[in-house]
Write a protein that binds this ligand. Structure first.
Ligand SMILES: CC(C)(COP(=O)(O)OP(=O)(O)OC[C@H]1O[C@@H](n2cnc3c(N)ncnc32)[C@H](O)[C@@H]1OP(=O)(O)O)[C@@H](O)C(=O)NCCC(=O)NCCS
Length: 155
């Protein structure tokens, strides 16, 4: 993994922040996250220091030069371990052009070269996230388990 290219740090920070507002999370209601250049640098450093491999596949809007869609794949330090599909997001104003499918497929296709010994990719979605489930099912992901989540608000 190389650190995020300087020209895309701001755009990457913005799409990362939208995961906290746009990804359905049932009624768990997470706080909106703030991402800036310092947080992106810390994010990159944690992965690099941990010996993990991270691939970010992004779609950049030609006119504005801004990141509008992205997808992340992560391999732990063991090259034979299962890979994890982390964030995938298309900015609201760019949805409906299959960019989610495109960044995800481009990422998975190049993952064969990046992580040739990793036998599979695990992803997880909120059950109500039909747009993301449609993409994953079309690619060929299959359900293997269901998990519940609970939140306790500390006052
Ligand atoms: C899932 C996601 C990446 C799909 O975006 P996309 O690639 O632009 O979606 P598509 O082009 O495949 O859209 C297919 C259709 O669904 C609609 N659609 C896409 N995302 C939608 C959403 N979140 N809610 C309602 N409709 C949505 C599109 O407008 C399009 O409609 P059309 O066929 O009438 O034109 C996007 O909804 C998103 O970023 N969601 C928030 C982040 C998220 O949930 N990530 C996954 C967390 S595990």
């Amino acid at each position: 993994m190389l650190p995020t290219p300087p020209e895309h740090v701001e755009g990457y920070a913005w799409v990362k922040s939208r995961m906290s507002t746009d990804a359905p999370a049932a009624a768990l209601e997470f706080d909106e996250e703030t991402w800036d250049a310092a947080r992106v640098a810390l994010h990159d450093k944690r992965y690099l220091d941990g010996g993990q491999t991270v691939q970010v596949t992004a779609a950049v809007h030609e006119e504005s030069g801004t990141v509008v869609a992205f997808n992340e794949l992560v391999l732990p330090s063991d090259p034979t371990a299962v890979s994890s599909q982390e964030d995938t997001l298309v900015l609201k104003e760019h949805r409906g052009h299959r960019l989610g499918m495109l960044v995800k497929c481009a990422g998975i296709r190049s993952w064969r070269e990046v992580a040739p010994q990793s036998p599979k990719i695990i992803t997880y979605n909120a059950e109500e996230n039909r747009p993301m489930l449609d993409i994953n099912e079309a690619i060929g992901f299959e359900p293997v388990t269901y998990e519940g989540a609970w939140k306790k608000v500390l006052v």
